[in-house]
Design a protein around this ligand. Structure first.
Ligand SMILES: NC(=O)c1ccc[n+]([C@@H]2O[C@H](COP(=O)([O-])OP(=O)(O)OC[C@H]3O[C@@H](n4cnc5c(N)ncnc54)[C@H](OP(=O)(O)O)[C@@H]3O)[C@@H](O)[C@H]2O)c1
Length: 273
């Protein structure tokens, strides 16, 4: 499904909003078809440098700018006050794509009215290097155009997956939304383990960083499963096998990650209320 040209209003241009905006421009969306609402001066200036119209609030967006898509990239704590002003766009048929964690579709339907087309997405921070993965779910009113445009907007910063069941978003948040933090922690722990084995700290840091990022790239490019890639670097009786004996023990990494992801899933449900 390919989206024909459309206008998009980005509400909130912080870390995630600016990553999206940069991806859109690189993907060839015309700057004149994009408007941004962003009150914070430095973020606004960065967006302006990409050639798009930037307003500090909804009252100052270019007159007559009628978006087909409104992207909500506000912090969840800002949505109660930040979103209702955009209801007229929903009433004019614009579709709303939210990336706010823990804010369900029903929440936006309450703020935007019963006819609103609402799509809810969970991106992750590798979006900043166009290697994100975003999972999207939509209400029944979101039409084919809204879905195609969403695919275009989110596809500009990585891979897009769709789910019908919104309740899966809590587990998605726990795996891919929070997941980059687990990988960064792995790099921290590997560096710490290197120091504990006698390596100078700066060298341990460099080794851990390059190993995690290089392995990520290898996984990205390879067609083999992670399991096969792991087996490929494990000789029987060798050093890797010795370490994996610890990591893959009954109380090793797998049960730990299962508990961690379950805790994040529970927390996501709690935050959604
Ligand atoms: N970062 C992630 O890893 C990640 C992953 C998945 C989902 N998300 C979701 O993405 C959303 C945005 O996160 P972020 O990290 O990009 O946050 P952020 O950097 O704080 O960006 C939000 C921006 O919106 C601005 N803003 C506040 N009120 C506004 C209003 N009424 N109208 C327009 N703009 C307004 C903020 O300005 P001020 O600073 O002046 O308030 C800020 O620049 C969150 O809901 C988060 O749950 C983030």
């Amino acid at each position: 499904m390919k989206a024909s040209p459309f206008r998009v209003l980005l509400v909130g241009c912080g870390k995630m909003g600016s990553a999206l905006l940069a991806g859109w421009i690189e993907r060839g969306l015309k700057p004149e078809s994009i408007a941004v609402v962003e009150p914070e001066a430095a973020n606004a200036e960065a967006a302006r440098r990409l050639g798009v119209a930037v307003a500090a609030d909804i009252g100052r967006i270019p007159q007559g700018f009628a978006p087909e898509m409104v992207v909500i990239a506000l912090k969840p704590q800002s949505t109660d006050t930040g979103v209702p002003a955009y209801r007229p766009f929903a009433e004019q048929g614009a579709a709303f794509l939210s990336i706010a964690a823990g804010r369900p579709i029903a929440y936006f339907e309450r703020l935007l009215g019963p006819r609103a087309q609402v799509l809810r997405a969970m991106p992750n921070t590798p979006a900043a290097v166009h290697r994100g993965i975003t999972v999207v779910t939509a209400n029944a009113r979101a039409d084919a155009s809204a879905r195609a445009r969403t695919e275009t907007l989110l596809g500009a910063v990585g891979t897009v997956e769709w789910v019908d069941d919104e309740s899966l978003i809590d587990a998605v948040t726990a795996v891919s939304g929070s997941g980059p933090a687990y990988v960064f922690l792995l790099a921290e722990c590997l560096a710490e383990a290197g120091r504990a084995s006698g390596l100078p700290a700066p060298l341990a840091d460099r080794l851990a960083r390059a190993t995690v990022s290089g392995s990520g790239e290898l996984l990205h490019r390879a067609s083999e499963s992670p399991e096969t890639l792991r087996q490929n670097v494990t000789s029987p009786g060798g050093t890797t096998a010795a370490a994996l004996g610890v990591l893959m023990a009954e109380d090793g990494l797998k049960p730990l990650l299962i508990r961690a992801v379950a805790a994040a899933t529970r927390r996501s449900r709690e935050l959604a209320g």
